[in-house]
Write a protein that binds this ligand. Structure first.
Ligand code: GLA
Length: 658
């Protein structure tokens, strides 16, 4: 059996963060360990994420002494190590001696060293150096007792349009299409005289004329980039696995990041981990967190790891706000409630130099007395208290939201009808409706087995493969309920628009005879529908007479035509209803499908999640609030029993066992 997060947690919740001691004199290390132990729950640190130039100061050299001392120090103090391969930030000598390791953007500009992630995924030289340092790290530390897990690279994200990448792109395309005819057909190269007569003529989508690029080429380049980065990951993973087959391996995702097909990547990981930084000022920050957590849990198919969050402000937004008192704790418990068995931060000690010196740490510039560390200390102790009850616990959802990167990529082409339609926003709007209705929600790929769910929600799947369409049809035929948002089923796997503007089988499913026109809306514009207002998009649909119940548009060009259609258990929503309306609509559909909210009568701003035997209650508001919870429960954080109700303070949390 392949290793899992449980092999690293061993029944606890991992708590800690990225630790970059190479930025500090060795005396500070002693203080770090003292503070980690004092914050009792700190039981894990991630070492070495950006240590390449320290480990290999010149080509082929190795300086492991400092890391040896650190590994020993941490082990002696009972702190486990997630050891990173340092390959996301090559030392300056690499770019200087080997310019072929540097990526190029679409304009042909080199992405130089001086920041990070300046490596070409296709560079044989980069891959050789990356494999060598990984091999030596694994050989040296594979048997070290502090080691609990491997962390490969960091937030893989760099595309490359250079010559070596172009050659790799051609190889990738040959594998996908075998013949040039197939490629020409998939890319629709009859348009604008783009037919290829030789593989050598194919390039990454570099800067062309100022107008639109070929969508097929752009889509395949995104697929290729995701696959090449994945190859870099699996190459390093396989090296560490050879040395330590019993230890789990991960690489950290960015939340809802467009650059990686995270379903595919997750299959290659033992532990799925994510970095999550909701904006503390965003009124929907908690919902963004919940969405990312639901998605990550679904990719992990079980417990997952919050690899990074911030104890206070980040430093990469325009204006970077601290977390108000209690918010760090609240959002950490939210992650645990939604399936995390590891709650970690970027980074342990806030830097005094470097690009992120104003990014918070678990120990901020204010030091031991600062609020960041004091809150971390309290949180660590609380997590330790509940870890035995929560660790490994699973979450059951009756609702599943479908999401697919290939569809996102294809739908994001610059030549679409409305650039206001942005998939993450549409996805967020639909997830928000479910979150506010207290419906526990998983995510899935459109070709996954959906049979365990009562309700499938498709906010938008512009591109649907034939297999995915068949999956949806079988699901509804099996007696379950499906609701789809606009711009779903428009294109096939090659981004070829399906005849009729929507897959014919789906049109039949929803009772649509003809989809005459799409009518996108301007920013801020709304369209009246019977009982609510729609935003962003509307459609001129002629229904199959008598086939479907409909909710009509009112007034304007589309007056009387269906905004919502329902045929049996299949629903189609051709606009984006305003938030309250979408929540009401989805709550009604869910109730009809037999899906119950986590708790009835929850006050606004309180989130409830069941994980295993536990009920988590999270107050996202700043006012004290009382929540009705029929029966007697043990409050794990308070250590008392509560009956029928529990009171949550500002940003308060209760973890109840019934
Ligand atoms: C990412 C990176 C970290 C750090 C943080 C800052 O998540 O992985 O190295 O840059 O962002 O928020």
């Amino acid at each position: 059996m392949k290793p899992a997060l449980a092999d690293a947690t061993r029944g606890r919740i991992l708590f800690g963060g990225d630790y970059n001691p190479e930025q500090w004199p060795e005396e500070t290390w002693q203080d770090d360990v003292r503070l980690m132990k004092q914050a009792r729950g700190v039981n894990s640190v991630t070492l070495g994420v950006f240590s390449w130039s320290r480990l290999e100061p010149e080509p082929g050299a190795r300086e492991f002494g400092w890391l040896d001392r650190l590994m020993d120090l941490l082990h002696d103090n009972g702190i486990g190590v997630v050891l990173a391969t340092p390959t996301s930030s090559p030392p300056p000598w690499m770019g200087r001696l080997h310019p072929d390791t540097l990526p190029r953007d679409a304009d042909g500009h080199i992405e130089w060293w001086g920041g990070r992630q300046h490596f070409s995924h296709s560079s044989a030289t980069y891959r050789r150096y990356a494999a060598a340092i990984t091999e030596d790290l694994a050989a040296r530390y594979g048997t070290h007792p502090a080691l609990t897990m491997w962390h490969i690279n960091n937030e893989y994200c760099t595309a490359d349009h250079g010559d070596e990448a172009a050659a790799a792109f051609r190889r990738w395309l040959r594998q996908r299409y075998t013949t040039l005819d197939a490629l020409n057909s998939a890319w629709g190269t009859a348009f604008w005289s783009q037919g290829y007569d030789t593989w050598d003529g194919i390039l990454p989508p570099r800067r062309a004329h100022h107008y639109l690029k070929n969508p097929g080429q752009v889509l395949d380049f995104r697929r290729f980039t995701s696959d090449m980065l994945l190859e870099c990951y699996t190459a390093e993973r396989d090296i560490v696995r050879r040395h330590t087959p019993h230890l789990p391996v991960t690489t950290n995702f960015m939340p809802l990041w467009i650059g990686q097909d995270a379903w595919r990547w997750a299959r290659e990981e033992d532990v799925v981990s994510v970095d999550l930084y909701p904006d503390p000022r965003d009124p929907l920050g908690a919902q963004h967190g919940a969405l990312v957590q639901d998605l990550t849990r679904s990719q992990a198919r079980g417990p997952w790891m919050l690899m990074e969050q911030a104890a206070g402000p980040v430093n990469w937004r325009g204006v970077n706000h601290p977390k108000p008192r209690g918010l760090n704790r609240l959002w950490s418990f939210q992650a645990v409630a939604r399936g995390a068995d590891a709650v970690c931060y970027f980074q342990w000690r806030q830097s005094r130099q470097g690009a992120e010196k104003f990014h918070s740490g678990m120990v901020g510039h204010a030091g031991e007395q600062g609020r960041a560390y004091q809150e971390v200390r309290q949180l660590g102790a609380e997590l330790e208290r509940i870890s035995g009850d929560v660790s490994g616990g699973r979450i059951d959802a009756d609702v599943v939201v479908l999401h697919d990167w290939h569809s996102w990529w294809a739908g994001a082409h610059e030549g679409r009808l409305s650039t206001l339609v942005d998939l993450p926003e549409v996805l967020t709007a639909w997830h928000r409706a479910l979150w506010e209705a207290h419906l526990t929600t998983d995510f899935a790929h459109p070709e996954h087995d959906l049979s365990g769910y009562r309700l499938v929600v498709v906010p938008q799947l512009y591109l649907l493969t034939d297999a995915a369409v068949a999956n949806l049809l079988a699901y509804v035929r099996g007696g379950s309920t499906l609701v789809c948002g606009f711009l779903t089923g428009v294109a096939d796997e090659d981004d070829r628009v399906r005849t009729g503007g929507m897959d014919a089988r789906l049109r039949e499913l929803f009772g649509i005879r003809t989809l005459h026109e799409w009518w996108p809306l301007e920013a801020g514009e709304t369209v009246a529908c019977e009982g609510f207002r729609g935003t962003l998009w509307s459609e001129e649909i002629e229904p199959e007479p008598g086939a479907a119940e409909t909710v009509p548009y009112r007034g304007g060009e589309l007056d009387g035509l269906p905004a919502v259609l329902r045929r049996g258990r299949a629903w189609y929503v051709s606009t984006l209803p305003e938030p309250d309306a979408l929540r009401t609509l989805l709550s009604g559909i869910a109730a009809g499908a037999g899906v119950r909210p986590v708790l009835d009568g929850l006050p606004a701003g309180v989130e409830a999640v069941r994980r295993g035997e536990l009920l988590f209650l999270l107050n996202h508001g700043r006012e004290q609030i009382t929540v009705q919870v029929p029966g007697t429960h043990h409050d794990l954080l308070g250590g008392t029993d509560v009956t029928d109700e529990v009171t949550l303070g500002r940003h308060g949390v209760a973890v109840l066992r019934s």
